[in-house]
Design a protein around this ligand. Structure first.
Ligand code: ADP
Ligand code: MG
Length: 234
């Protein structure tokens, strides 16, 4: 579905991502894990078009999208959320989700209808008219997911959707990811918490200092001495 080949990203003298290749298969949940600063978000941003890779290429559904804008990628069916929620704070919850829906329709009534459907799915229907700025972190994270879903993605990339949530909220977020997967949407999830990945991902790629140090099933990588050392040594 998506294929990233030889991705590197250099910031000044720092090689934040160093020659990483990865493919995402239709229908799977792919996890990207690694300690803080490992290069997960930078790699992720090269897939979404928020950063231009220094080297390497990205293909999505057979098309080379390496130089396409995030908006053009969204039109092709690639949506994302941000590690720090990017909520439109001057709008209601419903209006925030409508922004996503406007990618597929210019008719306000249709966008509203679609947004309401999505709010039902993410369990936020009762908050439709709430000003988005009054939401806490869990609400904003969920709202971001809702807005991304409203763009009708084929592939959804979540950057630390669980960070800053308490254990109960993490369980609810895991359930939501399962619901989204059940809708036929392929997912890439970035997490630094191993447990979240263990319960969701079919396959995992482990990052450390900008490089891939392991890949496999969650069970395979958590037992890998190189991975254990990367986490303990941070
Ligand atoms: P992760 O998401 O795995 O925690 P990041 O991809 O955010 O890691 O960061 C990888 C490295 O790149 C870190 O050392 C970080 O400080 C650095 N970095 C990230 N973004 C930038 C930037 N825009 N400019 C300079 N350095 C950056
Ligand atoms: Mg990050």
């Amino acid at each position: 579905m998506l294929e990233a080949t030889g991705i590197s990203k250099v910031f000044g003298r720092l090689r934040a991502v160093d020659d990483v290749s990865a493919e995402v298969r239709q229908g799977e949940i792919l996890g990207l894990i690694g300690p803080n600063g490992a290069g997960k978000s930078t790699f992720f941003n090269c897939l979404t078009g928020d950063l231009a890779p220094t080297t390497g290429s990205v293909r999505f559904l057979g098309e080379d999208i390496t130089t396409r804008s995030p908006e053009a990628r969204a039109e092709l069916g690639l949506a994302r959320t941000f590690q720090l929620p990017q909520t439109f704070t001057g709008m209601t919850v419903l209006e925030n989700v409508m922004i996503g829906a406007f990618l597929r329709t210019s008719v306000t009534a249709e966008a509203r209808e679609r947004a309401r459907r999505i709010l039902d799915i993410v369990d936020m229907a009762h908050l439709a008219q709430t000003p988005a700025k009054t939401l806490g972190t869990p609400g904003r994270k969920r709202l971001e997911i809702a807005r991304a879903l409203a763009t009708e993605p084929k592939l959804l990339l979540l950057d630390e959707a669980m960070a800053g949530l308490n254990p109960t909220e993490v369980r609810a977020a895991i359930d939501l990811v399962r619901v989204i997967h059940g809708m036929g949407i392929t997912l890439v999830i970035v997490e630094h918490i191993m447990e979240v990945i263990n319960s969701l991902a079919d396959r995992v790629i482990v990052f450390h200092q900008g490089r891939e140090i392991a890949r496999g099933t969650p069970r395979e990588v958590t037992g890998d001495p190189t991975v254990i050392e990367a986490y303990l040594g941070k």
